[in-house]
Design a protein around this ligand. Structure first.
Ligand SMILES: Nc1nc2c(ncn2[C@@H]2O[C@H](COP(=O)(O)OP(=O)(O)OP(=O)(O)O)[C@@H](O)[C@H]2O)c(=O)[nH]1
Length: 302
């Protein structure tokens, strides 16, 4: 699903998230492991505030494991709990549940002190479109013995998925917008399919993929497409790839549109291996700060 975000949508999304936040103890912030800062909502810190938060680097199966480890360190150094997961296969989920439990520990202690029997920790998933929120909820729901809302006599607007005996997950995620005003972020999101390339153009997305591959994953495109040497100019590289694949039109001209689409399709399909589009060292300190917590903008207008 690709949402075109306008100020009214953003204000509504923020309101809905703020309402859900009141119901939970823990926020599970879902980001894409291949681009953790670009796939983050720019106002996440401000919206979530002091609520205990667990950053989940999803789609870790598609990301470069070496760089994913760097991201885990990066978030942990910020004092945030962070686990890499694969929501489709459930990898990393026991660890994520343990971390969530750990974050809830102070509240359990407080309840005990007051003589109250500790209840299960309540969590919600929060993230931009397409990061895998539904996949994660479905995966957790499959594992759960019962949806708590299914109990006879239980009528409530929010449904909770019981995961284990001391963890409950809100069955609808919070959806927030990405940091789409930054063209570089837009390209990264488009490359992964988080925003449709019709919104951007196909050509810059394909060029961006070639640039990333040439910079960080040298040799992968050469061996994938059987090229002796990839031209350094990305446009020429794409032309060479199209020619090699036989995407030719009348007059021996390379069909560039078909080539751009091929590049995007193969990248998204994981044909180039496990690729990360950004690493902590790609960002200057101030840029990181901006992506982590952007200044407040007025989202109250409809
Ligand atoms: N390889 C891989 N694909 C995943 C993973 N998690 C989700 N996906 C895929 O990512 C795409 C988006 O997943 P969804 O669960 O629909 O994402 P969402 O965040 O709920 O998306 P919206 O409904 O748009 O907000 C789907 O094609 C999933 O199959 C993962 O861990 N690994």
């Amino acid at each position: 699903m690709t949402i075109q975000w306008f100020p009214g949508h953003m204000a509504k999304a923020r309101r809905e998230v703020t309402e859900k936040l009141k119901l939970v103890d823990i926020v599970m912030e879902l980001v894409d492991a291949r681009l953790p800062l670009s796939s983050r909502n720019p106002m996440m810190n401000e919206i979530v505030q002091n609520k205990p938060r667990l950053v989940l680097l999803n789609k870790a199966d598609l990301a470069d494991p070496r760089i994913t480890d760097q991201w885990i360190n990066y978030f942990q150094n910020q004092g945030l709990a962070c686990v890499s997961i694969n929501a489709l296969k459930g990898e990393g989920l026991p660890k994520a549940a343990n971390e969530a439990k750990r974050l809830f520990e102070p509240k359990v202690e407080a309840m005990k002190k007051k003589g109250i029997r500790p209840r299960a920790a309540r969590a919600m998933i929060l993230g931009i479109p397409n990061v895998g929120k539904s996949s994660l909820i479905n995966r957790m729901a499959k594992k759960s013995i019962a949806k708590t809302g299914d109990r006879p006599g239980v009528t409530q607007a929010q449904q909770w998925i019981k995961v284990g005996k001391d963890f409950e997950l809100l069955d609808t995620p919070g959806i927030l917008w990405p940091k789409f005003e930054d063209p570089e972020v837009g390209l990264r999101l488009a490359a992964t399919g988080a925003i449709k390339e019709e919104i951007l153009d196909t050509e810059p997305v394909a060029i961006f993929i070639v640039e990333v591959m040439s910079k960080r994953y040298k040799g992968v495109l050469e061996s994938r497409f059987g090229l002796d040497e990839l031209p350094t100019d990305p446009r020429e590289a794409l032309e060479a790839i199209g020619r090699k694949r036989g995407f030719l039109r009348a007059g021996n001209v390379v069909d560039m549109l078909a080539t751009w689409k091929l590049m995007i399709r193969e990248f998204r399909g994981g044909q180039f291996g496990r690729i990360s589009l950004e690493s902590p060292s790609d960002f200057a300190e101030d840029e990181r700060a901006e992506l982590d917590a952007a200044p407040i903008v007025n989202t109250t207008e409809e």
